[in-house]
Write a protein that binds this ligand. Structure first.
Ligand SMILES: NC(=O)c1ccc[n+]([C@@H]2O[C@H](COP(=O)([O-])OP(=O)(O)OC[C@H]3O[C@@H](n4cnc5c(N)ncnc54)[C@H](O)[C@@H]3O)[C@@H](O)[C@H]2O)c1
Length: 381
């Protein structure tokens, strides 16, 4: 068991507190936020201690900092934590620039500290069953594929949506981590990307919260279309957008020489996975309800297009697996090499859209090892 201090007491914090009910080695002891009132409220709700950011970093009883701040603050907070001798597990993305994330990876390594990064959803039942089918050659060599994440934007439900529409935000930074991590899990590392981005409107209206009815500025493209070539030669097309009211497409489809696979929502842990072997044949639904981290555990509709109302959400598993890895001196699944490569994909997609040129990735990483039911069981309560 390691003691965890959380920095960034916003929307997603509650989900991480829930992970203490699922996993046996997560122990929150303190929280901090640049707005101290947010930390006080979070501490009261979860019966832990509210500290200032400075105090939490200096606290000798805290082993790991969980960084749940906004993407634009990830680098600064993670850097301070590593300099204070703490392991770090950060929400996605690792940072908003490749160079800063590379600095964090090197700092963690120099200080003999673990750096873990969300998303961990690819370790869920849906991601792992997809991986098993790919590894078993069920659809043959994967040649092509496509994916989509598209909805009207976070201002539909978030009272402070500005950072999603400013430099360091945007749909590729926000949702790219889930899709790129899932693709690297299934196909291995990528080698290049081509892209086109579009900013359709310079302003958006606040739709909820105290600023409802007022407008805020949009600084970045809110729809991006691109394609990625992987080292294994597969080419996958992506579309990530905050400009779509509704759609009816699958999250991700992969097309191989022996069949096709529908990969379930990379933003969630569940299934089903769908499989078809020939043109016109029926799609087989492969449930993951009986797999660990695949069972439906929340029933709520996020309002995002094409998300099922019954979902499996075991966020925090990557943190639990990192703690186990620290204690057993092994490599963690949601590691910094994987997160850096995913950030490289994100930044290269944005650069490709800006420059209208194919961008070669600077990094690579190991394809994460599949996780067994036994490995998961060790961490379950
Ligand atoms: N909200 C979601 O549904 C969701 C889901 C998955 C992942 N995430 C990720 O989680 C992270 C946080 O998202 P959120 O929705 O909780 O955001 P949020 O804006 O609701 O909360 C972020 C909190 O961090 C604090 N903060 C910002 N900069 C700080 C700094 N320098 N030092 C200390 N505190 C600071 C803010 O005051 C705020 O309380 C983001 O990286 C996001 O991508 C969010």
């Amino acid at each position: 068991m390691k003691n965890i201090g959380l920095i960034g007491c916003g929307n997603i914090a509650e989900t991480y507190f829930r992970s203490q009910d699922y996993f046996n080695n997560i122990n929150f002891v303190a929280c901090a936020d640049k707005f101290h009132e947010a930390a006080i409220k979070c501490a009261e709700q979860n019966k832990i201690t509210a500290l200032s950011v400075d105090e939490i970093l200096k606290d000798k009883d805290i082993d790991i900092i969980l960084n749940l701040t906004i993407p634009q603050a990830h680098f600064e907070v993670s850097k301070l934590a590593l300099e204070s001798g703490k392991h770090v597990y950060s929400e996605k993305p690792m940072s908003i620039t490749y160079d800063d994330a590379k600095y964090l990876l090197e700092l963690a390594s120099k200080n003999n500290l673990y750096f873990g990064n969300a998303p961990d959803t690819f370790l869920g039942g849906g991601g792992q069953l997809s991986r098993e089918l790919v590894d078993k050659d069920e659809i043959g060599k994967i040649l092509t594929g496509n994916f989509i994440f598209a909805f009207p934007g976070v201002h539909e439900f978030h009272p402070n949506p500005e950072s999603w529409f400013q430099v360091g935000g945007g749909p590729v930074i926000d949702m790219g981590p889930y899709f790129f991590t899932t693709l690297v899990n299934l196909l291995g590392p990528a080698k290049n990307v081509r892209a086109r981005g579009k900013l359709f409107s310079n302003q958006r209206e606040y739709l909820v919260g105290p600023k409802k009815g007022k407008f805020f500025d949009v600084e970045i493209p809110t729809s991006v279309m691109f394609d990625v070539e992987f080292v294994n030669e597969a080419i996958v097309q992506g579309f990530i957008s905050f400009d779509v009211q509704n759609h009816a497409r699958n999250h991700m489809e992969l097309y191989g020489t022996k069949g096709s696979l529908v990969v379930p929502d990379p933003n969630m842990f569940g299934g089903p996975v769908q499989l078809s072997h020939e043109l016109g044949s029926e799609w087989k639904d492969l449930s993951v309800e009986k797999k660990y981290l695949g069972k439906t555990n929340i029933i709520n509709h996020s309002g995002r297009s094409n998300e099922a109302p019954r979902q499996s959400n075991y966020r925090g598993f990557g943190l639990a697996e990192m703690i186990y890895s620290i204690e057993n001196n092994r490599k963690h699944r949601c590691n910094d090499q994987l997160a850096l490569h995913v950030l490289d994909l994100i930044e290269s997609t944005i650069l490709a859209a800006e420059s209208k040129k194919e961008i070669q990735l600077r990094s690579s990483c190991e394809q994460p090892k599949p996780i067994t039911e036994e490995e998961i069981k060790i961490l379950l309560k």
